[in-house]
Design a protein around this ligand. Sequence first.
Ligand code: NAD
Length: 469
Amino acid sequence: MIWGLEIDGATVAAGRTAPVVDPATGQAFAAAPDASLLETDAAVAAANRAWPGWHVLTHDQRVLIIKRFLKAVEARSGDLATLLTHEQGKPLARSTGEIAGALMFARAFCELKLSDKILRETDTSRIVERLKPLGVVACITAWNFPVMLAMWKIIPALLTGNCVVLKPSPLTPLSSLLLGKIGQGLFPAGVFNVIVGGFECGSRLTSHPDVSKVSFTGSVATGKAIMANAASSLKRLTLERGGNDAAIVREDAPIQATAHGLFWGKFHNCGQLCAAAKRIYIHENIYDAFVAAFVEIAQGVQIGVGTDPTSDIGPLQNQAQFNQIIDMVDDARARGGQILFQGRAPDQGFFHPIVIFGSLPHEAKMLREEAFGPIVALQKVQSDEEAILRANDTGFGLGASVWSTDVEGATAIAERLEAGTSWVNQHPAIDPLTPFGGIKESGLGVEFGEDGLREFTRRHIVNIKTNLQ
Ligand code: NAD
């Protein structure tokens, strides 16, 4: 297939292309467009032209169009899943699950509706708050869940009456471009555009005077660059950035269930999950039993190409991520880290085996930075207080969890954790109607629920004197 930019309801050949690499082989398998500044401007201009017609539709009219789009996406979910596995690496069943999950969230968003609010009413006055669309929204996504992250942004943006320019990561562009193709003819031209590019295109989008809001998912460093870019035109921002979530396993936690929950809470998507349980603090009295159960699960896990139905976990998505994981493992070894388990992985592409370390010094890169891959350190602690101290000792603040049979006690600890969401006996768990977002360096604003929708609107106060004589 020849891939182009999805602008103004049509597929447009780009002046430049860039290879798309299959992480299972390390080889290019497609060429994606690489938008120039002019092409980026063309997408913003198309969205800007479409906005007057889109935002005057009623909420119900927009929902109707969006639901038709979701139905069309569902009909193409087989093609989307295949593309996703090739460009992202995850096993096909996981790709299918990502698309089903994205549709489930999108449909739940369609059931939400923001209403006008009467803030004050007296015999002589009425003050009304209306939530109005912003205009053109740039949706910028990361490579770990390209379809899910895109739907989490484009559907709330469109529902609330904005027009969209979606820019996926150039490492995983194809599934998003297919979403753009599916939208052709369903959305009025220019309402939903998809362009691909890296730094140049991203910088342009996030500083463009006709873009009113940027909804971003990606790394802390890029989030800061976007905030700086957006300052000149005071854009609204939602920044969903990295996480270094802690999980606290208390002395009374049920060993098997906790090990299972945390194993997949860490290794889902090859550990490339913003809210993965990346630091696990285990009470010393159950440490050995927990390690044994955790390692036993790892022993049964198959790492392999995503098209092989026996694969549980695929490769890392890209060379830079692979190098970062190697660097963290080398750092842990250099600090005297003891490997409790090292699995096997194909000797090709960006595959990396599962590696489980015992307790590491707290300065280890694997604990201080975001370990975005199939490696983890199981940290031994002497008390709940030590675990809480360690858990909060980070600049990140996305999620955190506590595991225990004493739900009340665990909840009390969960409330002391510095995170956007604290979970008890699960990690992570998200829901389309519950706001999700980080604190500290992990984020700004939230997605999901009515609060998530509100982030795509501006407040307009209409203050009426009702008795002018
Ligand atoms: P990244 O920051 O490198 O890239 C994210 C997106 O930003 C890509 O589309 C990229 O092309 C674009 N970009 C790069 N430079 C830009 C610039 N100057 N201006 C505008 N856009 C620019 O992140 P990544 O490596 O693709 O993704 C991994 C990161 O995403 C991890 O840190 C992970 O934790 C985070 N993440 C967070 C969440 C969340 O909800 N908090 C969810 C998924 C992933």
